[in-house]
Structures are given as structure tokens and as C-alpha cells.
Design a protein around this ligand. Sequence first.
Ligand SMILES: Nc1ncnc2c1ncn2[C@@H]1O[C@H](COP(=O)(O)OP(=O)(O)OP(=O)(O)O)[C@@H](O)[C@H]1O
Length: 299
Amino acid sequence: MSLKLENITKKFGDFTAVNQLSISIPEKEMFGFLGANGAGKTTTFRMIIGLLKPTEGRITWNGQAIDYRMSPFIGYLPEERGLYPKLKVKDQIVYLARLKGMSKKAALKELYDWLDRFKVPEYADKKVEELSKGNQQKIQFIAAVLHKPKLLILDEPFSGLDPVNVEQLKEAVIDLKNSGTSIVFSSHRMEHVEELCKHLCIMHKGSPVVHGSLKEIKRSFGKKNLIIHGDFDFQFLENVNGVVKVKYTAEGVQLQIEREEVAEEIFKQIVDKGFIRKFQLEEPSLNDIFIEKVGAAYE
Ligand SMILES: Nc1ncnc2c1ncn2[C@@H]1O[C@H](COP(=O)(O)OP(=O)(O)OP(=O)(O)O)[C@@H](O)[C@H]1O
């Protein structure tokens, strides 16, 4: 039981926006879509919700082809936020909820529950244009989740939010996942995907360049990070075999090394050089992996 994309290609004329994308998104999980601008994330989402038709391939949800009849089960937070500025929040939310088959009463109850959760019950009677951009985004998020979709697609849900609002929305998303919603979201921010997702896909120019579980992706990357803090000169490390990158930090140095054994070698070499305050081997970050796989495209 899952969302499945099989050999999906989307062409706009001669231009291929998505190329042979095959992914399986597990049920009741959060799946992250990473990619530079123009990588094909939004196009993929539009195909998942049935707004665009793939040129080739098949998209299924629990084995059934996705079509408009599934709309009540799907929630979508589009990248281009599209609320009507002149309408009151509650009128707009009720209108959108009714399109998903909810009654006015149920929609209002859900709306007030969400507004209470975000500690802004007074927004119900405000016009959208009276709210800040970040708060408009919260309302749009509520519009996407009000009908309790089983599959929730969030295009850049955290962009443009201040840190407090990012945390608030993250908690809401985690609660939805824990209550059984399958969530797919895109982001430019590696740390959000790293924190929230078990599985992910990195898109590059329409093709998936990395795909799978975060754990496995990190393990198979091979390279590790080694953090050393100490009271001695680190420069000689630039010439140690197996050291790929050296980044100097306020308290020492952060190395990218080819494999774990290089850390042992380095330890032998620094042990007599002076006081070592920290010597820590870490898995690569998603950012390290992204930079290597997509690299120049993220300039
Ligand atoms: N309707 C369209 N007609 C022609 N080209 C399109 C259309 N929609 C998208 N594209 C192109 O397809 C490519 C992928 O776009 P898409 O919006 O899916 O990227 P994205 O990964 O969501 O990027 P971003 O992070 O900037 O939102 C881009 O080069 C874009 O210009």
C-alpha cells in the first residue's frame, strides 16, 4: 500500500521536465523531495494530484490509478499560494472544504481547532489580505489538511516562514504523519528533510540522482566527516592520504574523509601534537551528499 510512480516522464514540447522517475512512497510516512530550482519537483506533484498528465508512465495510490475521484483523499499545498485576498478566512476555508465534500459545520469546527492550535482564533474573521505572508501560508496549510486527507502533498511548506512558525508547522506535520497521513514534501533545505523524512529523492534536471532511505543513502555514500577541536596546528591534515576536504572552524577543523579507517590514521598522527578537545566521527550530512551529486547546479 503506497503511492507509486512508475517510469514517469513529463515533456512540455521538446523539453523534458521529468525523466523516467520511478519511486515508491511508503504509506504513513514522510517522503522528501529535494532538488535545485527547475529540478522537476512541482511538475511531479502536479502529476500526483492529477493536475498534469504524465507523458509516459503510471501513478497509482494503493494500486489504483490516480484520478479526480481521489480528490477528497488528497491534500495539496501548492507552491504558488492562491488564496483570495478579499475573502474572509472562514468563508474561504468553508468554500474549499465543501469542494472536498465536507459540511459547513464540520469545516468550521476543524478550522477553529486549527486556528486554536496555531493560537490565532481571531483570524477566522479577517480578510486574507489583512494577514502577513507567513500567516497566509498557515491558512493555506489549514486549507490543505482540513478534510483529513490520506495523502498530503506539500510544496515548499516552510519557505518564507520565521523560525517559530517553521517549528509550529513542523510539529503539525509530524502529528499528521503520526496519525496515519502519508506526506510528500519538497524543500530546498536539507536539514528539514534530514530531520523529518525516512525516505527521500534528490532530483536533478528531471531525473532522480539519489533515492532511497536516508540511513542507507548516508551509509552507501562512504565518506564521513571528522570533527577535531584542539590546541595545535591542523594544516598538515590537508596532505594526509584519504582526506577529501578540509574546512577550518572557530575551534578546529572539519574534515571529509574517504572512509572510517582514515580517522584512525589521523588519530595516530595527532595524538602527540597537543591537547585534543574533541575527536568525533560523523555520518555525512545530506548537504554533503547533495553537493556531490548535484553540485554546480545549486549555485
Ligand atoms: N507548463 C510548463 N511549460 C513549459 N515548461 C514548464 C512548465 N512547467 C514547468 N516547466 C519547466 O519544467 C522544469 C521543472 O519545473 P518545476 O516547477 O517542476 O521545478 P521545481 O523543481 O519545482 O523548481 P522550484 O524549486 O524552482 O520550484 C523547469 O525548467 C520549468 O521551466
